[in-house]
Design a binder for this molecule. Structure first.
Ligand SMILES: Cc1ncc(COP(=O)(O)O)c(C=O)c1O
Length: 498
């Protein structure tokens, strides 16, 4: 038996070699032409669902010569929104919409409108926004351990919080330890935002395996540490399977090696503290764990704020200073910017603050109770279908697979019944991320009934064509991974086509 380190090296070398070979093949002009034609065909199939308004509303590829009336514009916007709202409001969507109640949304819109003109880049012009942001950070820190000295900033979302944490560790390790080739160790299941951070900031991302329950393998993390390692990462919980990594063990390892320990609680930061109070088994994951040095947590998910805010927390102000950007010799004047963007929408911070203060501890506790009870019913329902198997031991993000059926066909069948669920791979699976719209009466039962029907349909006709199943099938096979990446880039091109 080769050692696990040797096996990991072998697999990663094999993966790199196959990727290099594939990249080479894709550069051959004849292969490239064939692929481009295939991309066009595949994307043409999904284009109508992404551009449903093409023949219904004017398409502006340039400015209208004369501005339209405001009433006319608002009426058009309402028409489009009304078409899109029922699906999420009626609870057909996994994640994406976390609150969705019309009164709550109207309240957030009012808070935004009051501060729509503000820009926290100019804290002196809008000290109100500086107050909201400071209090958002303080309230979030108090929820996640209440440890004195913990500080942070408001960002635009989970991805920005993660990007900033990784940049912070890179700059910290460069200055304090002279690390020139930084590496970050993340579980295989950590969010793609860590890949993005590594890509943007020249960090080598070292992916470690997860165990049978999809939790990070701490022994593999220990083996992966080198003198270039700047931080370890754990999720609480992970996006794909909704399970919490062994944060205390990872943090102990990070503390022992004097490196950073980032906890990605984007999804769980506003749920787990309340779940614990409700008696659910929540392992330590926040700043109460020695060794945890930063946490990302999203106000725009279970904080029930409008989309566009998150919080990145650090254990010390010393660490947070590595996140800031300051320019002392720019002709435009003395410049300071805490996050990635320069100018920022103060209205969104105002709305996030308003959400937190209006919901309060009791509101979050009650929302968490409803979500976890609904999730438990959904999980039991999935487990009662013999063809399906729940992955790991999740609380409210429930991933499931099948050893008997093509799970992506089940995903397609659910889509035909109106459901917008998430496809996962490695291993092939689907998940539903339970949010408040699912807690409405009848939604969980409808989900289970539709899932039973979907499974029965796949059993009857296992080889139906179309949908996402063939795309996921291709993505799972190593030689096609680069092709899928190319296809995804062309998908984005299409999204931006007028
Ligand atoms: C665990 C986790 N981390 C990070 C993110 C990224 O957050 P965002 O989409 O707000 O950038 C998500 C999003 O679902 C997530 O679930």
């Amino acid at each position: 038996m080769p050692s696990s380190r040797f096996r990991e090296t072998l697999i990663s070398t094999g993966t790199r070699a196959a990727a290099a070979l594939e990249a080479l093949l894709r550069r051959i002009p004849a292969v490239q032409r064939r692929l481009e034609a295939q991309y066009e065909t595949l994307l043409a199939e999904i284009e109508p669902s992404l551009k449903p308004y093409r023949n219904e509303v004017p398409a502006y590829a340039r400015l209208p010569a004369v501005g339209r009336s405001r009433n006319d514009i608002l009426a058009e916007m309402r028409r489009l929104a009304e078409r899109e709202t029922p699906r999420w409001r009626e609870g057909f969507v996994s994640g994406a919409i976390y609150h969705g109640d019309p009164d709550h949304q109207a309240f957030l819109s009012q808070a935004y409108a009051i501060h729509a003109a503000s820009n926290p880049l100019h804290a002196d012009l809008w000290p109100s926004i500086a107050r909201y942001e400071a209090e958002i950070v303080a309230m979030t820190a108090s929820m996640l351990g209440g440890v004195p000295g913990v500080c942070g900033t408001v960002t635009s979302g989970g991805t920005e919080s993660i990007l900033l944490a990784m940049k912070t560790y890179r700059d910290w390790a460069r200055e304090r330890r002279g690390v020139r080739h930084p590496e970050v160790i993340v579980p295989r299941t950590a969010h793609a935002a860590f890949d993005k951070a590594a890509h943007y900031f020249g960090i080598r991302l070292v992916r470690i395996p997860v165990d049978a329950d999809f939790r990070a393998d701490v022994a593999a993390a220990r083996r992966a540490i080198t003198r270039n390692t700047i931080a370890l990462v754990g999720s609480a919980p992970s996006f794909p399977h909704g399970v919490i990594d062994p944060i205390a063990d990872l943090a102990a390892l990070a503390g022992e090696r004097r490196i950073g320990m980032h906890v990605d609680a984007c999804l769980g930061g506003f749920v787990l503290p309340w779940a614990r109070q409700l008696g659910y088994p929540v392992p330590p994951f926040d700043f109460s764990v020695p060794g945890v040095t930063s946490i990302s947590v999203d106000t725009h998910k279970y904080g029930y704020a409008a989309k566009g805010t998150s919080v990145i927390l650090y254990r010390t102000e010393d660490l947070r200073r590595f996140q800031y950007y300051v320019a002392a010799d720019w002709p435009g004047g003395l410049y300071v910017s805490p996050t990635m963007a320069g100018s920022r929408p103060g209205g969104l911070s105002a709305a996030a603050w308003a959400a937190m203060v209006s919901i309060g501890e009791q509101g979050y506790l009650e929302a968490t109770r409803r979500i976890l009870e609904t999730a438990r019913r959904i999980r039991c329902g999935i487990e009662s279908i013999p063809e399906l198997r729940v992955l790991g031991d999740p609380l409210w993000v429930i991933a499931f697979t099948s050893t008997r059926l093509d799970i992506y066909r089940v995903l397609d069948q659910m889509a035909q019944r109106g459901w917008h669920l998430n496809g996962l791979h490695h291993p092939p699976a689907i998940h539903i991320c339970v949010t408040l719209p699912h807690t409405q009466p009848g939604v969980a039962d409808r989900f289970i009934a539709d899932l039973r029907d979907a499974v029965a349909a796949v059993r009857r006709e296992p080889r139906a064509r179309g949908g996402m199943a063939p795309v996921y099938g291709m993505a799972a096979s190593l030689p096609f991974r680069g092709v899928i990446s190319d296809l995804l880039r062309r998908y984005l091109d299409m999204v931006y086509r007028v």
